[in-house]
Write a protein that binds this ligand. Sequence first.
Ligand code: FES
Ligand SMILES: [Fe+2]
Length: 373
Amino acid sequence: MAPAIRPPETAQALPREAYLSQEHFQKELERIFYSTWQYAGHVSEFPTTGSYKRFAVGDVDLLLVRAGDGAINALHNVCRHRGAQLVSDGTGTCKRALTCHYHGWAYNHDGSLRGAPKMGGDFDKTQFGLKRAHTEIWNGCVFVHLGDQPPTPVRESLAEVVWPYADLDRAKVAEAVTYEVETNWKICWENALECYHCAINHPELVRVFDQDGDAGGADGGDDYVYFVNPLLGDSLSVTLSGNLESKVLFECTTPLDEARGFFQWHTSTFEMVASPDCVAVMTYTPLAPNRTRITQTFLVPEKAEGGTDYDPGTLFELHKLAREQDNQLCTSVQKGVTNPAYVPGPFNDIYEVENLRFLDVYWKLMGDTSDLF
Ligand code: FES
Ligand SMILES: [Fe+2]
């Protein structure tokens, strides 16, 4: 990776404006969220031809649609006639065509224009397909990329990340929880990158999770971290008991006590915490300088049935509890950085090493910020 381009005054944490400024926020959308791979869902959320799910970040609004050939296409959710939004609900199924509610133009599942009422014989339908974004499926996770040029494939960027499960692409979404938190997205991400705060804020988690497990730096590439999730004692899962809380486990390709993973991809603010009984996927989507949507999606093996094979209240409980504890911390930090007295503080050079790696990635993506600071 090229040397980080950090404004000299931000040798450690970010300056106050980075958490508050609308102008800075807009640049982040353009330079990061519109220019890197973003997680949009799991393949199981597109079970049949015509299944769709919306993905929105900033002003961008995409429609991911399963086509008849099995592909999941990312189509911009804007009609090529007068620009109406095609779909306003979050998920659904359109069996044959996506039909615009305004004048009735209809689009195929690959975005090509199928019909445009009364447009006349000279009208060339081939010129008015929906605009598309790039998609790629990695371990069952569907990523989208908004750039014009074909991006570096996810599988290439993450070639060294090998999940200890053979069937992650055949998992299913057991539950998804969404929080809107009054905080900047980077405060959420910075919080997720370190466990320095765990001992006094996550008493339940640290009975299971080894807070020193990644101290001093963890394995990973330039822009991600990946390691075997460090659990304490005989713990096998991120549950309150530390026990596996489901009768149906993922198809583990390693011994059970190593069949877990912790993955954070900085350029996508995408996080996976994997145990043999449950994989928790977290995303952090910026809504405003001081507002972030956090989604926790819990994947389980496709054959696992809630209420029969596992109790959802038990299996996901620790993940949710820690998330709610972190939400309060992130809200508190946003209040603090809003105070004019805030100045960036130093990182702990053992427990917050990953925060520095994130800042390197961040400044590289942001490029020249002389117009912002
Ligand atoms: S805006 Fe969609 S058909 Fe006219
Ligand atoms: Fe935390």
